[in-house]
Write a protein that binds this ligand. Structure first.
Ligand SMILES: O=C(CO)[C@H](O)[C@H](O)COP(=O)(O)O
Length: 228
């Protein structure tokens, strides 16, 4: 089942609760929270207090994408704040298996993220323990960047590996997901679609989300018969 994980990075922070509700009305079913530390990526965004503030605003799962150098140090704080899913970058985790275990031990669903230049094969050993793999289709740090088309092959390869290994982790994609790019990633096997700038827009968020989901579901291999 394809889902829209709307990235609040592109929302109006002065009205965050209303923004989340508008995206939810449009069918968004996961709140994607981009956590940036100014070190791993050249930008700074939110931390656990914003997750804590969002928690009573919605019943949707809070999916926190940690773009930080030292994720282990922040795992307890995100769990405490109410995060449901937590993903860490392969590129910063010296002991990736341990970090993913730590996320599970704190009651969150663990995810692992790879940058555009990181090969899927670097994840093979940890695939059995993750709930999801996030394939970046832009270099992380900023919203509104251009989609990198080679991400599609990485998603397709990951979907094939999942089948061969008999696993059922989910595949998430993030960066430049818009009406023009969404079908290609869904056809390749992505099910959790992170989108920020294609969703949030003053007065149009609900309709933008609906449009993107409609296109995604029309391209989904598991779409109900007769509804394409
Ligand atoms: O992780 C991110 C940047 O690091 C953002 O979530 C991502 O880029 C989504 O933004 P957009 O849909 O505007 O491309």
């Amino acid at each position: 089942m394809v889902e829209l994980a709307f990235s609040i990075l592109a929302s109006d922070f002065a009205h965050l609760a209303d923004e989340v509700k508008a995206a939810e009305r449009g069918g968004g079913s996961i709140v994607h929270v981009d956590v940036m530390d100014g070190h791993f990526v050249p930008n700074i965004t939110f931390g656990p207090p914003v997750v804590q503030a969002l928690r009573p605003v919605t019943n949707l799962p809070l999916d926190c994408h940690l773009m930080v150098e030292n994720p282990d140090e922040f795992i307890p704080a995100f769990a405490e704040a109410g995060a449901d899913l937590l993903s860490v970058h392969q590129e910063v985790c010296r002991h990736l298996h341990r970090t993913l275990q730590l996320i599970s031990d704190h009651g969150m669903l663990p995810g692992v993220v790879i940058n555009p230049a990181t090969p899927v094969d670097t994840l093979i050993e940890v695939l059995p323990m993750v709930h999801y793999v996030l394939v970046m289709s832009v270099n992380p740090g900023f919203g509104g960047q251009k989609f990198l088309p080679f991400a599609v092959e990485k998603i397709a390869y990951l979907a094939e590996l999942r089948k061969q290994m008999g696993l059922n982790f989910r595949i998430e994609v993030d960066g430049g997901i818009a009406p023009e790019t969404v079908a290609s990633v869904v056809q390749a096997g992505a099910e959790m679609l992170v989108a920020g700038s294609a969703v949030f827009s003053k007065g149009k968020t609900e309709q933008n989300a609906k449009k993107l989901l409609k296109l995604a579901r029309a391209a989904a291999p598991d779409k109900p018969a007769g509804k394409g």
